[in-house]
Design a protein around this ligand. Structure first.
Ligand code: GLC
Length: 421
């Protein structure tokens, strides 16, 4: 852990700051505000500039839709170097945006900021944000679990934040590819093609966008017709953790009615998550809601129930053992997909590389479950990766090489945050 790296991390956040929000990287790859990036970046700002940390989340919520959805991307400025940009999405309420969401980390981050802010300042900020957080959690359940199963579904792999995880392969193959968009892609001019999603994946990503745009982003229409609907374990685990944090915040505000509402969400999701445990596979399984089929693939999201329920999870030992087994197969953890499986690709995005933001969730969950030794191992690996290779977007778990975009905001933020733990 070096002070020099900490200064570099702060310099990256400064360089990527666009005034009230932070772009993921200045390398050109992602020239807008991303939802979960911003929330996680706030954890980095919180180490040295609390007002700026709050501002990051507040700017994100300035783009919340009237429905309650917080979009995955807000296009505040020139987005011409990005595809698909605001011209393709053609939506947004107060701010041009994408028409899908991303993992619900906001309430968890707001709780962290609230607990470390001077009390009157924290209360002031929370009073403005809490109704927005509640609206976004209500939206998740009404728009994405209209049948009340307790598990919400995503409609696009991008919503998971784990864009090309093998978890989506089968469901994505059911999506018609539409016209080729190879000539429109911009990501491959900023990062090597071999570490990015493939052409057929990208064609389908865009075809999904077009079909939701044609449905006017209407949740009911989308629920009926979405070519892809997946109740993903990782996505639901992150939401469940945020439910717990939101509940805590609402209780701090003495909003008992809203707290009761969130308690109902928590009970439904806790029960539903347990039904997704597969004894035979020793893992929680996502579900292809559209097809009514289980997805028995060990992606990193399947381990995130350790982060969801703050020490109450019956299976945390089994998940810890599974995680340790993954770590023993690589040099640096945690790989985003189980090593040794045919789908595991150590350099391709979410099919194997290490992402520090997910490492943090595992560290936090393991600590809450008392697995401090394992948590510390992951924390050390995370800091060692930055030490070795700098602030890449993600890392090869076998060699530690930094991959994808460079001088990445959330990697810088996680470095600052993880060294503080
Ligand atoms: C990629 C990642 C996603 C992230 C975005 C911006 O799409 O898969 O999780 O939010 O880049 O960094």
């Amino acid at each position: 852990m070096s002070n020099e790296l900490a200064s570099r991390a702060q310099a990256i956040l400064r360089a990527n700051d666009r005034g009230g929000y932070t772009i993921p990287t200045s390398s050109g790859l992602y020239p807008a505000q991303w939802n979960w990036d911003s929330c996680l970046v706030a954890l980095g700002f919180a180490q040295y500039d609390m007002p700026r940390a709050w501002q990051e989340v507040e700017t994100l919520f300035s783009g919340q839709w009237k429905s309650g959805m917080v979009p995955s991307i807000l296009f505040h400025g020139d987005d011409s170097t990005y595809f698909p940009n605001s011209k393709i999405w053609q939506c947004g309420d107060a701010v041009p945006s994408s028409g899908i969401t991303q993992p619900a980390v906001a309430a968890t981050v707001v709780r962290y900021l609230f607990e470390r802010s001077e009390p009157s300042e924290g209360k002031h900020r929370l009073t403005r944000l809490a109704p927005k957080l509640l609206a976004s959690h209500r939206w998740f359940y009404s728009a994405r679990d209209p049948d009340g199963t307790g598990l919400v579904s995503i409609i696009h792999p991008w919503e998971s934040g784990m864009d090309n995880s093998p978890i989506w392969d089968e469901a994505l193959a059911d999506v018609p590819p539409g016209p080729s968009v190879a000539h429109l892609r911009k990501d491959t001019s900023f990062a090597q093609t071999s570490v990015r999603p493939t052409g057929p994946e990208y064609d389908r990503y865009i075809n999904l966008v077009v079909s939701y745009r044609e449905a006017g982003y209407d949740p009911a229409l989308i629920w009926q017709a979405a070519p892809l609907l997946i109740a993903d374990i990782g996505f639901n685990a992150i939401l469940q953790r945020a439910n717990h944090d939101l509940l805590h915040l609402l209780r701090c505000m003495d909003d008992h009615e809203a707290a009761d509402e969130v308690t109902v969400m928590i009970s439904a999701t806790a029960a539903a998550l347990e039904t997704r445990w597969s004894e035979a596979d020793g893992i929680y399984c996502s579900r292809n809601t559209r097809r009514g089929r289980d997805i028995v693939k060990p992606g990193i999201g399947c381990l995130l129930p350790v982060y969801a329920d703050g020490g109450t999870l019956a299976r945390h030992r089994a998940l810890g053992a599974r995680l340790e087994d993954w770590l023993n197969k690589v040099t640096y953890g945690v790989p985003s997909f189980e090593p040794g499986r045919p789908e595991f690709e150590p350099r391709r995005y979410w099919r194997g590389p290490v992402w520090l933001v997910v490492n943090w969730m595992l560290i936090d969950g393991l600590r809450q479950n008392g697995a401090t030794r394992l948590a510390e191992r992951i924390r050390r690996d995370s800091l060692a990766l930055v030490d070795l290779s700098g602030f890449g977007e993600y890392f090869d778990p076998l060699t530690g090489e930094a991959l994808g975009g460079t001088e990445f905001s959330w990697t810088a933020a996680m470095y600052l945050f993880l060294r503080s733990l």
